[in-house]
Every structure is written in structure tokens, then in C-alpha cells.
Design a binder for this molecule. Sequence first.
Ligand code: PEP
Length: 251
Amino acid sequence: MRQKMVFGNWKMHGSFEQIQHLLQDVILGLAGEESTVVGICPPYPYLQLVKKLCSNTNMKVGAQNVSQHDSGAFTGEVAASMLSDLGVNYAIVGHSERRELYGETSDLVAKKFMASQCAGITPILCVGETLVQRDNGETEAVVLAQLQAVIAAAGVEAFSNAVLAYEPVWAIGTGKTATPEQAQEVHRLLRKHVAALSEDIAANLQILYGGSVKDSNAGALFTQADIDGGLVGGASLHAEQFIAICAYTES
Ligand code: PEP
């Protein structure tokens, strides 16, 4: 059976002081929770602090981005090996904000995915369609192309050590959530695509839903057959919300 997962993506929010308070509350609220994989992806400068605060807990720590390069003259970039040095376990790759605001293509995302795995970091690969693409009936083609670009570069076997996240762009930070049925339909499609190449890998692949997940919708989303938890943005900045969302993975 696939283990449920909830990851908080703090994006570019927080300060040294805020993060300590937030994380202490989250850790306290999740104490004893072992059945779900819970992780936090803070901004780079706070990775070490978060890692330290999580040291005696089951919580995982992830980065929000990673360079495709191993090292070199790449000002402002952070290599996967550096994240690994800090004890970071996961890295988000292909988040729609990186694709949209920083022009990251699926080819680049594939390189970041592979660079993460080479350094022992589990990539969380995000795929998702825009509202225009959904309205044009292109959801299936868009998400499968984003997934296939990584499969073509890394091989389907690489997905035995990766997490997939379906994040409809129109639902991120907008307060609009995909209905559980809409989300399930895409999750089922993604799993089916992987299953055509390896049934085993597809059966074990954790596919998270992301897009305005809150405590009011997490329950219905997380009980869908192919939804294995959530990638949570805004609500992960509120300890009570995040704890409540995590609790829905137990039902
Ligand atoms: C995200 O950034 O991955 C996300 C899902 O954000 P939000 O939950 O705020 O929509």
C-alpha cells in the first residue's frame, strides 16, 4: 500500500523567528504521527534551521528548487549535492511558478529531476495545466507531455524513487480547488500512463494533489483512489491548518 504524504511548500515566505514558531507548533501538533510522510519545503536560507528543528522528528525536509548543474559558475544556483550535504531529502522540480515565471521547460525540469536523484534526493515532480488549457480540453495532453518529458530523459525506473504532484495551475493560490472527481480523473490518467510502462512502479508511485488544499477540502481529496496526499502552499503557513490537513491522511 502506498504511504500517504503531505508536503508544505512555504514558497518565499517566513523569517527566522516566524519559522521557528510555525515549525514548533507543527511539530507539536504532529507528535506521534508516523503513518504519513510529512515534509516542509522552506526557502533555501532556512533549510538548515528547519533541518535542525526537525532533527528528532519524523518530518522530512525538501527544497523548492534545485540546479540542473553539479557545480560551477552558476551564480545564485544551488546544486543537489549541496542540498544533500544539508541532509535535505526531497526537492520540488517543475513547480508551475518556476515554469511560468522563470521559463523552465520540461527538458530543464527533467535535468533537475535527474540531478536530484544523482545526489540521493527524491524529486517531487509537479505537472499541471492552465485554465485556458483546461477550457480547451488540453489537460490530458499537457500533463502527460510534462510527465513523458521526464520519463523519456530519466526512464520509467526513475519513478520508483520519485513523487509526482498534480497541480492544476488555475487552482494554485487562487482559492479554487479541483473537485475531488476532477483531481482523481487526472491522477488516474497519470498513473495509467506510468502503468503502461511499468505496472509495479505505477502501483507504488505516490501522486500528490496540489492547488488550494485546505482543511475543508483535504478529506474529500485524500480519499480518492489515486490521490496519495497533498502538496500544500498557503495553508502550510498556518500550523493549525497544516496539522488538520495532515490528519485527513489518516482517514
Ligand atoms: C503550491 O504552491 O504548490 C500550492 C499548491 O499552493 P496553494 O496550496 O497555495 O494553492
